[in-house]
Structure formats: C-alpha cells, structure tokens
Design a protein around this ligand. Sequence first.
Ligand code: HEC
Length: 151
Amino acid sequence: MSVAHPPLRAVLLLFGLSAACLHAQAAPTGAAVFARCTPCHQTTGVGIPGAFPPLAGSSWVTGPVDRPIAILLHGLQGPLTVSGASYNGMMLPYGTGVAMTDAELAAVLTYIRTNWGNRASPVTVADIARVRAKTKGRTKPFSEAELLALR
Ligand code: HEC
C-alpha cells in the first residue's frame, strides 16, 4: 500500500501530530528550552564575541557535567576563559532565580552537550538533583575557580 487513501493519510497525520504534542507536554524538549538562551548565546551556540561566550566547542559545556549544571542552578560571575577568549560578565541562575524544572534543565543541558559538533554525555534529572543537593544553601554565583573544583 504505497499510496494511502487520502482520508486515511489525514487520519494518520493527525494521529502523528497529537502523539508529538502529547510527547512535548510530557517531556520538555531541549530545543524548546534552549530558546531562553538564544538572545545571548545565539541559536547556533556561537555567542557574541566579547559579550556572550560560545557554547559550541566550549569545554565548560562538554566537560564534567557538574559544571554546566552548577552554572544554570546558581549563575556565573566572570572573569572566565572560554575557548581561549576571556569574558568578564555575569549570567543569572535558572535553577533558583528564574523557575526552571529539573526536567527542563536536564533537557537543555543535553541539547547543548550534543549539538553544533559537541559530543558529550546526556544529562539526567538525577544529575540535576545530585548537584542541587551538593550545592544546597548556596546563594552566590559560581566563579571560574569554584567551577574548576567541581567534578
Ligand atoms: C542574558 C544573557 C544570557 C542568557 C539568556 C544565558 N546566558 Fe549563559 N552566559 C552568559 C554570560 C554573560 C556568560 C559568561 C559570564 C562571564 O562573562 O563570566 C554565560 C556563560 C555560560 C556558560 C559557560 C561558558 C560557556 O560559554 O560555555 C554556559 C554553559 C552557559 N552560559 C549556558 C547557558 C544556557 C544553557 C542558557 C539558557 C538556559 C544561558 N546560558 C542563558 C549570558 C547568558
């Protein structure tokens, strides 16, 4: 049955679309959550030279998973070296300041670790919970030295 009957095709299409919508509700997709990061880091993860560091090719993104989790949970205060370039800005936290669920954090971190040539392991909700527990009570953003001490 290579050419489906048109009404049947429509039914199959609707079925596929609603299944996709249900899925999106159940689990946030990394691409959707990443829309919150693109004003600064850009849709292709290249950032803006001198202002917003790149996520593509960044060892902060692809290195030990606790580091990017800590950045999202508690924020980051420069100075910070990313791929050999120096930045001295500040990124606000998403885990405590702006509400983001652990599922959204895991999805967006998995997305940035596996796109634009980045090849690192996915991030799970259990990883987020572990770093939340480990950094509990923290009220300050992370510095570069503190991030490097995390592994
Ligand atoms: C309002 C701008 C802004 C937004 C939105 C933003 N960031 Fe950042 N981000 C920054 C700045 C600025 C730095 C570097 C801070 C510094 O200069 O030390 C940074 C640094 C980082 C770093 C570490 C450095 C690097 O490039 O690897 C990661 C990882 C990161 N951001 C991920 C994210 C993710 C994921 C999101 C979305 C959930 C996000 N950021 C949203 C501004 C932003």
